[in-house]
Design a protein around this ligand. Structure first.
Ligand code: FAD
Ligand code: 2HG
Ligand code: ZN
Length: 496
């Protein structure tokens, strides 16, 4: 069985990897000790049960593993880690396995044990006075959102994979998503962490404090470490007042510059009201309209550029519709906005968001594509989109740039779709050229090769190139200090 998301999204470029070797069984004595800690429900070795955990949804990697461990508590996990550390067995943490960069994949050696915290899926506490939630790492993001909503609060992290991604995974990748422009990324939503270290030591850091300057902030070291420094077992998450007023519009805009000008108009008028500001290209919108059932454009004409503006406020009397109309009117007069549709109902709100959220699915249905999750300073987004689009079309004539994403954060998915009729494999064979082409421009604009998806197994070489010298050296020393045997998620993030 392939990964369930791979069925939805299909294979993407396959980097050079070796075919997996057969799994190397764990020594009998170790196996018996693990069984005595975890019980039969806590350890999976049957090949067909392991199968969905051995490949990533993009189809980039396929690994081998002797076992999947499923502890039910922090204590069980710590006891397992002590044994695995003593036996020098490598461990790969895996949450919802929605990584874009193969971060949760065991390698092909057949030696690496997979660790799932899916049984650690309790909301331990939810406090609407402190505005905090204590969630275990295996809680699915959507479940955390729903729990907050049930208590009249908001947990604002929101992304396309929220029905599958877990709290452990989103923290370990420092996920961003659609609402970062207003609420920050996963790091900004975390106050404290419980962590199991590679040798089984436990950091009990579930402090729900807004201020806590007590030495090195180890919790922040773990966020974005992609499971290479420690295992997140639970987190104190920040909650917010739930929105009581909303206004959402889809706008056709004149150019990339007009999209940025519109963002500035909203931000300057009321920065706190902008919950999301998402850019989409004409190419991407065409693919969504062509491939996604029920998708329709609520505007009179097609355009080359669109933005989704999502305003929200916790104040019930906030006149967001008035704000939306006033700003759009100014922008229409200035020639920046060509046409706009405001959602009048929950169904229309959902339909507009769907046009944005279905971009990855539509791209897959259109054919082969290469992803570039890049960021630049917000002021440089228009130039980045223009330069990358031109360079990519020159690199592969007939290819179709599909830039979309989180413009308010300077994070655009500068993706490229294959030319119509081109052989998919021949296009994907150019993946590295495509990524280099985008990265060269992004670098020139003081940007980053990985905005929100992380480094994983796909991009350690880029990390070496972009963050070499003292920065990479410091990262290596931190890794060596916390994981001297190099057993936690080997081969990810740091180049060999
Ligand atoms: P996994 O994929 O299982 O793991 C991710 C990394 O975290 C791996 O390195 C793994 O080893 C490590 N890890 C997992 N659990 C733990 C733990 N408990 N302790 C330590 N390490 C751990 N990302 C964004 O930022 N913004 C988006 O808008 C966005 N949209 C997406 C849309 C789709 C359709 C998909 C498939 C993915 C999207 N992503 C997005 C990618 C994003 O990285 C993941 O969805 C999410 O952050 C990973 O959560 P997960 O539980 O699936 O982690
Ligand atoms: C999104 O913003 C995700 O939808 C996925 O980060 C981006 O598919 C992509 O390139
Ligand atoms: Zn994104």
């Amino acid at each position: 069985m392939t990964h369930p998301l791979a069925v939805a999204f299909g294979p993407l470029p396959m980097p050079d990897t070796n075919p997996p070797r057969p799994a190397i069984p764990l020594p009998d004595e170790l196996m018996a000790s693990l069984l005595s800690i975890l019980g039969p429900r806590g350890i999976v070795t049957d090949p067909s049960d392991l199968e969905p955990h051995l490949s990533d949804w993009r189809g980039l990697y396929r690994g081998a593993s002797p076992a999947l461990l499923r502890p039910a508590s922090t204590e069980e996990l710590a006891a397992c880690m002590r044994l695995l550390h003593a036996a020098a067995i490598p461990v790969v943490p895996q949450g919802g396995n929605t990584s874009m960069v193969g971060g949760a994949m065991p390698d092909e050696s057949g030696r690496q044990v997979i660790l799932s915290l899916s049984r650690m899926n309790r909301i331990r506490d939810l406090d609407p006075v402190d505005m905090t939630m204590v969630a275990e790492a295996g809680v699915v993001l959507k479940t955390a959102q729903d729990a907050a909503a049930g208590a009249g609060c908001l947990f604002p992290l929101s992304l396309g994979a929220e029905g599958t991604a877990t709290i452990g995974g989103v923290l370990s990748t420092n996920a961003g998503g659609n609402t970062t422009v207003r609420y920050g990324n996963a790091r900004d939503l975390m106050l404290g962490l419980e962590i199991v270290l590679p040798d089984g030591g436990v950091i009990h850091g579930l402090r729900r404090l807004r201020k806590d300057n007590t030495g090195y902030a180890l919790r922040h070291l773990m966020v974005g470490a992609e499971g290479t420094l420690g295992i997140v077992t639970a987190a104190v998450l920040r909650l917010f007042p739930r929105p009581r007023a909303e206004a959402i519009a889809l706008c056709a805009v004149e150019s990339e510059d007009a999209a940025l000008a519109l963002f500035r108009r909203f931000r300057d008028r009321d920065e706190t009201a902008v919950r999301a500001f998402e850019y989409m290209s004409g190419n991407g919108m065409e693919m969504v309209l062509r491939h996604i059932d029920g998708a329709t454009l609520p505007l009179s004409e097609r355009a080359d550029h669109y933005v989704l503006v999502d305003l929200a406020s916790s104040r019930p009397d906030a006149d967001l519709r008035g704000l939306m109309e006033a700003v759009l009117e100014e922008a229409l007069e200035a020639g920046e906005v060509l046409d706009a549709a405001l959602a009048e109902s929950e169904a229309q709100r959902h339909a507009i968001w769907r046009l944005r959220e279905e971009h990855p699915e539509a791209q897959k249905k259109e054919g082969a594509s290469v992803k570039n999750d890049v960021s630049v300073p917000v002021s440089k987004v228009p130039e980045m989109i223009r330069r990358c689009s031109a360079a990519l079309q020159a690199l592969i004539p007939g290819s179709r740039p599909v830039p979309f994403g989180h413009m308010g954060d300077g994070n655009i998915h500068m993706n490229l779709e294959q030319p119509e009729g081109m052989d998919a494999a021949a296009f994907l064979a150019r993946s590295h050229d495509i990524m280099d082409c985008v990265n060269d421009i992004v670098r020139d604009l003081d940007g980053s090769f990985s905005a929100e998806h992380g480094v994983g197994r796909l991009k350690p070489d880029m990390l070496a190139e972009w963050r070499g010298g003292a920065e990479l050296d410091a990262m290596r020393r931190i890794k060596a200090a916390l994981d001297p045997k190099g057993l936690l998620n080997p081969g990810k993030v740091l180049p060999a």
